[in-house]
Write a protein that binds this ligand. Structure first.
Ligand code: ACM
Length: 743
């Protein structure tokens, strides 16, 4: 398709004047630039001689082109790649023009220059020589484009953090949120408090397997580490050389067990604290005493010296108040400070530290819990428990960074394949990340400017090695980079570019995930019609299937497949020599699969499966993972519904399945009730009498009916408020259901 034009005599702008941006090739640039003008001509450029004035040069620029033949850094006279500073451009904007024999980058300084050269490097790496003739003008959609890394749950070396920063820079991220302290370790050297290094940086062992496993198991091995201040400075400089600002997070007043282990005076209780060896939320939190505030100020003094950016992240999330309730000191503290309840202690902490940090010329960021109780004007809110906190903050004229668990948590599963390495839970595939926009549509137009951008979070409870980190983060980071940078997006077109980039990293030995051809089933059921199965696949994808042990057949493109027989189906998809993981589905048709289903309340949009019909589509939700197409999640609500048939049916049993994941606030129901009727008017009710408990992740209960009925109502009562001491204490539990089998 690409033509080699050795004689491109026209100037770039006149060659391109007739270009139509929709139809131009994409040159495999991620994130997709704002505009590419090109008409698919090739220049004569098959080598780059780059000249960058010393005042703009950083070692990273050279690193960008490492390993590419035909790239040299030269004197001005010999250069065919030149930089022109243009003061009128925004600092992150650039234009890149590739003419017949010369490349020019225009930008307002070194940030735009880096982005322009990054785009040029990607064209060379993914599109090849000779370079295409084109004109790109580009600037980001959002000013805050962040990636987060938790180095507490698992520790990553200086070199590994640098690799992460390189990857971020390649995709034009500009904020690195470094989660440095938590219950399971303290990872930043604080010279005033040496026991943070000696004690808090280590834990005696670590949970293995999943938190929800019963019983929990431990590895018995001491684990830990920290960054010296010199190493921190080295990383901050390394990031700055890539135009990435590092935002350190020092958690308070919760998530501090490691600090308490080192300095028990920070706590309210006279007991031996230990660095946590398992995950979750703990009742051991900071006590608002004089030692604690002196400690926090001492820590912040050193942190502020190390990080030149304007933001210090102070955490603020998931702080149980039980220890404050039990403490006579805290009760007296509340009286003295006119604080009405324990929630006020949390606000007191945040406001007091905020004032201190502000007095040093810096601003705070906190997780959305910091909204509870009032904030200073310049506090920035990071919205993680959904977007509501961010919306509320923006309406109060606070700056907001969106990072909702529904789209931005890269520790969640990215594929539904049962072969995936163990992850915390949930399901956030590439496409979901790609299609995300940090600005909620319901936010009023005049408040949208407070949404500074978004961030992907990488919590590392289940990510112990850098190779696994690459697997979890990198593919989705590419999608995120486009969600945050690009003003126009197109998922299928992105997949084309994504494949090229995926190959690029794979060749370098990077453990990058590729799930673009994993099939996500759309199973329609619950409408009284036969079960229908279809797939949404990228253009050009071929899908095949095998039923039981029969022949492999192509999956018809003409419409959904009717599932009229129980049995094992295996589907596979691919394009060219790329294939997704095979998808195995066991359909088990039962009386419920031909019923009409109505639900009183819809499941949460975050966990809606394929709609209510997922409850009666003949497919069981995974034994290990919630999320995905089968499990329906009800946030704090009951699940009530009605199944109806055209004729009277003989019903023996109704079986329900529930997910049990208290680490993720998912609880088994309090009660289950089934009512049946022949006429839809007079119902007989059966209350499930047995206990609803389980030692595994899925609980099944079977309700004997033994009656004839045309209508069947079910009422599954949510567990209710999560008890004190547990994760999510005080919130209403989630209820996850699938499937309702009627026999
Ligand atoms: C968080 O995920 N606890 C902010």
């Amino acid at each position: 398709m690409h033509k080699l034009l050795t004689l491109v005599l026209l100037t770039v702008s006149s060659v391109l004047s007739a270009a139509i941006s929709d139809t131009v090739p994409n040159y495999n640039i991620i994130p997709r630039p704002n505009t590419i003008l090109s008409n698919d001509f090739r220049s004569s450029i098959d080598a780059l001689n780059i000249y960058i004035d010393n005042s703009y040069y950083t070692p990273y620029l050279k690193k960008l082109f490492e390993g590419i033949d035909n790239v040299k850094w030269t004197k001005k006279e010999d250069a065919n790649v030149v930089f022109e500073p243009i003061e009128s451009l925004d600092h992150e904007s650039y234009t890149l023009s590739i003419g017949s024999d010369k490349v020019s980058i225009k930008a307002n300084g070194s940030t735009g220059l880096q982005y322009g050269l990054t785009t040029l490097a990607q064209i060379v790496q993914n599109d090849g020589w000779p370079l295409p003739v084109l004109l790109i003008s580009d600037s980001p959609k959002y000013e805050y484009r962040g990636m987060h890394l938790d180095v507490v749950r698992h520790f990553f070396s200086v070199d590994e953090v640098k690799k992460y920063l390189d990857f971020m820079a390649y995709y034009k991220f500009n904020k690195f949120h470094w989660h440095l302290t938590d219950d399971q370790g303290w990872r930043i050297e604080i010279k005033k408090y040496p026991k943070l290094q000696e004690v808090a940086a280590y834990r005696k062992e670590t949970l293995i397997g999943h938190y929800n496993d019963v019983p929990q198991k431990y590895d018995g091995k001491r684990y830990g580490g920290y960054y010296t201040q010199d190493q921190i400075k080295e990383i901050v400089q390394y990031a700055a050389d890539r135009h990435i600002t590092v935002i350190p997070e020092i958690e308070l007043p919760g998530h501090v067990k490691a600090a308490l282990a080192a300095y028990p005076e920070l706590g309210c209780e006279d007991k031996k604290y230990e660095t946590a060896t398992t995950w979750g939320v703990f009742e051991d939190v900071l006590c608002p005493n004089a030692f604690t505030f002196e400690f926090l100020e001492g820590v912040m003094d050193e942190v502020i010296q190390l990080f030149p950016g304007k933001y210090i992240h102070v955490g603020g999330d998931e702080c149980p108040r039980d220890a404050w309730k039990r403490s006579a000191f805290c009760q007296e503290f509340m009286r003295r400070h006119n604080i009405e309840n324990e929630a006020g202690i949390q606000s007191y902490f945040i406001q007091r530290i905020e004032q201190y940090i502000n007095s040093k010329g810096k601003q705070i960021i906190g997780w959305d819990e910091i909204l509870e109780g009032g904030l200073a004007d310049n506090a920035t809110v990071m919205s993680w428990r959904g977007t509501e906190g961010g919306i509320q903050a923006a309406r109060m004229d606070h700056n907001v960074i969106m990072t909702p668990g529904s789209h931005c948590y890269f520790d969640y599963y990215q594929s539904e394949s049962p072969d995936e390495p163990i992850a915390i839970g949930g399901y956030i595939p590439l496409e979901k990340v790609y299609k995300w926009d940090p600005t909620p549509t319901e936010l009023e137009d005049n408040k949208k400017r407070f949404i500074l951008g978004g961030q992907a979070n990488l919590w590392t409870e289940y990510i112990a090695t850098f190779s696994h980190l690459e697997y979890m983060a990198y593919a989705r980071a590419m999608a995120m980079s486009e969600a945050l940078w690009s003003k126009s997006k197109d998922y299928l077109q992105f997949l084309d570019r994504f494949e090229k980039h995926n190959d690029f990293w794979r060749v370098k030995g990077v453990n990058i995930a590729f799930h673009a051809y994993d099939l996500k089933p759309v199973v329609q059921a619950g409408d009284g019609l036969p079960i229908r199965l279809s797939f949404e696949v990228p253009y050009g994808t071929k899908v095949a299937y095998q039923f039981n042990d029969g022949k492999v057949k192509p999956f018809s493109k003409d419409g959904p497949m009717i599932i009229s027989q129980s049995g094992k189906y295996i589907f596979s998809a691919g394009k060219g020599d790329r294939h997704g993981n095979p998808l195995k589905i066991n359909f088990n048709l039962h009386k419920g699969t031909k019923a009409k289903l109505k639900l009183r309340d819809m499941p949460s949009v975050k966990y809606a499966g394929n709609g209510p019909g997922s409850l009666v589509n003949g497919v069981l939700g995974s034994d290990n993972k919630y999320g995905g197409t089968e499990w329906l999640g009800f946030e704090g609500k009951d699940c009530e519904g009605l199944l109806g048939w055209d004729d009277i049916e003989k019903i023996k049993y109704v079986t329900f399945r529930f997910f049990n994941g208290i680490g993720q606030w998912i609880y088994l129901p309090k009660a289950v009730e089934v009512s049946y009727s022949k006429d839809g008017l007079n119902y007989k009710t059966i209350q499930y009498k047995g206990d609803i408990e389980t030692s595994s992740k899925v609980a099944t209960i079977k309700v004997p009916v033994k009656a004839k009925a045309k209508y069947l109502k079910f009422k599954i009562t949510n567990y209710g408020e999560i008890p004190s001491g547990a994760q999510g204490a005080g919130y209403r539990a989630w209820l996850f259901v699938d499937e309702i089998v009627v026999e």
